[in-house]
Design a protein around this ligand. Sequence first.
Ligand code: URA
Length: 235
Amino acid sequence: MKTKTYRLDRFIQKYMGTALGAVRLMVAQKRILVDAEYATSVQQLIGEFTAVIVDGQTLQNNHPRYIVLHKPRGIVSATSDEMHTTVIDLLPQDISEGLHLVGRLDFNSTGLMLLTNDGQWSRGINDSVKKVPKYYRVTLDKPVDDAVVAAFNAGIYFAYEDITTQPAQLNIISPFEVEVILTEGRYHQIKRMFGHFQIEVLTLHRFKIGRFELEDDLPEGAYRLLTDTERRLVL
Ligand code: URA
């Protein structure tokens, strides 16, 4: 999701059809407020959350929203679906308006989902350079051994995309239960990595992204707004 930034004159032109030269005059006449201050230059940059008022008329006044949701099984990670309930359906409409998903979980996976209308934030979380870690608790139909741990760490080849997965950490908790730490999010990634060894994933729960952990008192299906501190823990 790309976040658009405009120069002030192009922004006003787009919303009001005003000629670029006329915007310069409006700035000089102090008719434009940008984030509650008089505009000083037609070159000021207007982002998706910059408030712009012209002659008392609000052209844009969006606020960033950051949501944490505890996804239950049997819910689709999508903004719309003809057959099933989506994570967006779990939110009231005034909250869900304009949100997108920061990564996905499979239909039967559970746990930490983040949603936002801030494209810059979500891009940072999925950035292949930043490598924000995502933590999963996974139960399996067969026990894993050290060879699987080593293979996860070395990366596993996915023929369909012709890529090798980034090093992933696999911590054995008990013979049939492991913790997986990924820094990327490919389609069905964990299931496919275990599938490579004919091991089936029985349950998969994401409990942490970055340094932000899904707390026990947010029940399945429930959501809340993230605080600024929590948002910084994610990224
Ligand atoms: N990997 C998977 O296979 N499924 C998920 O839901 C998340 C990661």
